[in-house]
Design a protein around this ligand. Structure first.
Ligand SMILES: Nc1ncnc2c1ncn2[C@@H]1O[C@H](COP(=O)(O)OP(=O)(O)OP(=O)(O)O)[C@@H](O)[C@H]1O
Length: 288
C-alpha cells in the first residue's frame, strides 16, 4: 500500500510535483527487495512500490505502444529476482507468445499459454488449485495467505485480456472465452486470499474486455495513456488517463488515491543479463 510505505505527508507533497519532473528511467535491480512482495513499478519523486500482499491483483490498461508489456516485464523481473524460490508464474501471452514464450524454461515460469484454448486449460488448472487450497485453508482455519507459513505466491499474468473476451473473439471461440471469464472472476474473487495474484493487461479497455465481475475484485489499477475518457473510466473508474502526456511508460497508479508515475524501462537483453547473474549467483552459492 503506497500510503503505508511512504509517509502520508510525502505522498501529498509528491502529488503536487508537476509532470515535467517525471523522466524516463531504466529498470535497476537495486530497487528489488529480496523475499518481499513489494515490487517497484514506477517513479515519482522516489521509487513507488506495489505491495502484492496488500493488493493482490493489478488491472493494467492503455493505448497501443504506451508501455504495458514493458511494465509487465519489469514486474516479471522483480518477482523472479526478489523471490526466485518462492514465486510461480503463469503467463497467458495472448500476443501470440511473442513477448513471454522465450521465458518458458525458467524454473519460476510454470506455463506460457499463447492462445485462447490453451489459456482456458491453464485457467481451469489454476481454478482446481484454488479449490485445493480452499480445502487446506479450511482445515487449518486460515483466512489469508499473508497470515500463514506459506511463502509461495502464484502470479497469473495476462497480456492482452481482450483476447479472452466472449464479445470480442470469433464465434467459434465464444464458449472458451466465457469459461475463461468465469475462471478469471473466481481467481480475482477468491484467489487473492489464497496466494494467487492476477495481473490483467489490455489495450482495449471497454466493458466488453474488462468484465465488471473481474474488475470489482481488482482494487489496484495502472492506466497508461488512453485514446479517450471511456478507457480511463474502465480502468481507473475516473477520467484522466486520456490527458496523460503521450510518453511511453507514463501512467496513473491508483489505489485509494491516484498518482502519476513513470514506469521503468527494461528490455529482453537486460532481463537475460539479470537472469544469468541470478543463475550464476545461485550456482556459486551451491558450490560453496
Ligand atoms: N517505461 C518505458 N520507458 C521508456 N520507453 C518505454 C517504456 N515502456 C515502453 N517504452 C517504449 O514503447 C514501446 C512499446 O512498449 P510496449 O510494447 O510495452 O507497449 P504496449 O502498450 O504493450 O503496446 P501494445 O498494446 O501495442 O502491444 C517499447 O518498445 C519501448 O520502446
Amino acid at each position: 500500500m503506497l500510503e503505508w510505505f511512504i509517509p502520508p505527508v510525502l505522498v501529498t507533497a509528491a502529488a503536487l510535483i508537476p509532470n515535467k519532473t517525471l523522466s524516463k528511467w531504466n529498470y535497476d535491480k537495486k530497487h528489488v527487495y529480496e523475499n518481499s512482495w513489494l515490487v517497484p513499478i514506477g517513479k515519482k519523486r522516489k521509487v513507488i512500490y506495489h505491495h502484492f500482499d496488500h493488493y493482490p491483483h493489478l488491472l493494467v490498461g492503455g493505448a497501443t505502444r504506451m508501455g504495458k508489456t514493458i511494465f509487465l516485464k519489469g514486474i516479471f523481473s522483480s518477482l523472479i529476482l526478489g523471490n526466485p524460490d518462492r514465486v510461480k508464474i503463469i503467463i497467458l501471452d495472448l500476443k501470440g507468445g511473442l513477448e513471454f514464450y522465450k521465458y518458458r524454461n525458467l524454473p519460476q515460469v510454470k506455463t506460457v499459454a499463447t492462445n485462447l484454448i490453451d489459456s482456458c486449460k491453464v485457467l481451469d488448472h489454476v481454478y482446481k488449485l484454488i479449490k485445493i487450497e480452499e480445502e487446506r485453508y479450511l482445515k487449518n482455519n486460515w483466512t489469508n495467505v499473508a497470515e500463514t507459513p506459506i511463502k509461495e505466491r502464484t502470479f497469473i499474468i495476462v497480456d492482452e485480456s481482450a483476447e479472452l473476451s466472449p464479445k470480442l473473439v470469433p464465434k467459434e471461440f465464444k464458449k472458451h472465452a466465457e469459461l475463461a471469464q468465469i475462471y478469471l472472476s473466481e481467481i480475482a474473487r477468491i484467489g487473492g486470499g489464497l496466494g494467487f495474484r492476477l495481473i490483467l493487461a489490455t489495450q482495449y479497455p471497454s466493458k466488453e474486455s474488462v468484465s465488471m465481475s473481474i474488475k470489482m475484485n481488482m482494487m489496484a489499477r495502472v492506466a497508461f495513456r488512453m485514446p479517450d475518457m471511456v478507457g480511463s473510466r474502465v480502468i481507473l473508474d475516473e477520467k484522466g488517463a486520456e490527458e496523460l502526456e503521450p510518453t511511453p511508460g507514463r501512467a496513473i497508479y491508483k489505489l485509494a488515491q491516484s498518482h502519476e508515475i513513470q514506469c521503468p524501462y527494461i528490455n529482453d537483453k537486460q532481463i537475460g543479463g539479470f537472469l544469468h547473474e541470478l543463475q550464476q549467483a545461485r550456482k556459486d552459492f551451491d558450490d560453496n
